[in-house]
Design a protein around this ligand. Structure first.
Ligand code: PDD
Length: 285
């Protein structure tokens, strides 16, 4: 089947879908993005993803590229044209096309908007979650505003590649104090011996993940307490359970960190329960 992308007002077959070489996203990574899960044809937590998009745009002094209802229509139309029932929709907004100059172009420069949608194999993801995944730790090397969902992801790309080369699914960034910030494309969690969930506070050192926010609600419904505090990598090695969260994988149990088995070395009951009930608490639209 042909894949279709939305590019600046038009729906185009992939091979014709292109942006200008002087797009500021291409030249400066001057843009922001969102990734939203599609499940049974519905967008999951669209409201929260769109709120975060607005925050990212505002942080970079970029105007919204179109009205919220128009953007909602484009997302749905892209999903529909690609016939995605279960997958992801990707949205990217950059500061548009202008002669290369670091400072912002004129305020009249229209932003560039790209939307794509792709299928995910839910069965494969469920099998991966049932087995649990490995994580490596890497030194934090990103800028000080990773709360902005910017398309500038080079440290994340390098970290993910390092993980892959070591047979791991994800890399957890560790700051200078030995504390985990988050994964290269996910938030990081542990479960303590007292069955308390621990995840880093959503300050400027992590992205406030939408799946992370949903897990707070799932945990509450299960009577589990969440401690929002930084945890060390040493604490993670000794944790009863560990897991990560993101729109693309919901809750994924972590069974090894830097080669050390976590807990029993198999997916823990808490991470598995949070994954199981996730969509009871996420918003489908
Ligand atoms: N990544 N932290 C980072 C650095 C991320 O890139 C992501 C998401 C998250 C989790 O956010 P959410 O729960 O809203 O998906 C945390 C997306 C999926 C990506 O880059 O593909």
């Amino acid at each position: 089947m042909f894949r279709i992308a939305y590019v600046n007002g038009r729906y185009r077959p992939y091979r014709e879908a292109a942006v200008h070489i002087e797009d500021r996203g291409y030249q400066f990574a001057d843009g922001v993005y969102e990734v939203c899960e599609i499940r049974d044809g519905r967008l999951i937590d669209e409201r929260r993803h769109m709120e975060r998009l607005q925050r990212s745009l505002a942080a970079l002094q970029m105007a919204a590229p179109m009205s919220a209802p128009a953007l909602a229509t484009v997302l749905r139309e892209t999903v529909a044209r690609n016939r995605v029932r279960n997958g992801l929709v990707y949205l990217q907004v950059t500061r548009g096309v202008a002669r290369r100059d670091h400072a912002f172009p004129s305020a009249q420069t229209p932003p560039s908007v790209v939307v794509t949608a792709r299928r995910l194999d839910r069965g494969r993801h469920d099998r991966e979650a049932a087995a649990g995944v490995a994580v490596i730790s890497v030194p934090e090397s990103r800028w000080a505003r990773v709360d902005i969902k910017s398309i500038a992801l080079l440290p994340n790309v390098l970290a993910k590649q390092a993980a892959r080369e070591q047979g791991a699914r994800e890399a957890w960034f560790v700051d200078r104090d030995g504390r985990v910030t988050e994964g290269s494309s996910s938030n990081a969690w542990i479960v303590t011996a007292q069955n308390r969930l621990v995840t880093r506070p959503a300050d400027q050192a992590i992205l406030r993940g939408v799946a992370r926010t949903v897990v707070f609600d799932v945990a509450k419904a299960h009577g589990l307490e969440v401690e929002e505090r930084a945890f060390t990598i040493a604490e993670a090695y000794a944790a009863r359970e560990a897991f990560m969260t993101a729109a693309s994988q919901i809750v994924l149990p972590v069974v090894r960190i830097d080669g050390r088995p976590i807990g029993e070395g198999t997916p823990g009951p808490i991470a598995s329960a949070l994954r199981h009930d996730f969509h009871l608490y996420a918003e489908a639209s």
